[in-house]
Design a protein around this ligand. Structure first.
Ligand SMILES: [Zn+2]
Length: 87
């Protein structure tokens, strides 16, 4: 067996090993994205809108006060201040 043939075989082996790794990586990435998608759909639930800044936030992260949703306690306080300025 001459040196060139050995190099060719090594090159071919490395090429197919790389191809196999790439396929495995791509499959792993697809599986991971699918898992993340189904996870966020389960956890995210309903999206609600902050009554102060109009930003949409997941219901789990939002605060509820007087029938309105808020993205944070700061916006809840500001909204309630606007509604009852005298207090
Ligand atoms: Zn807000």
């Amino acid at each position: 067996m001459n040196l060139l043939l050995i190099r060719l075989i090594i090159f071919a082996v490395l090429f197919f090993a790389g191809l196999q790794l790439y396929r495995m990586y791509r499959q792993w990435k697809l599986d991971r994205e699918e898992a993340l998608d189904s996870e966020s759909q389960q956890e995210g639930g309903q999206m609600v809108r902050c009554a102060w800044c109009k930003v949409h936030v997941p219901e789990a992260d939002a605060l509820r006060e007087q029938g309105e949703w808020f993205c944070s306690s700061a916006h809840r306080d500001r909204f309630l201040q606007e509604q009852h300025p005298e207090e």
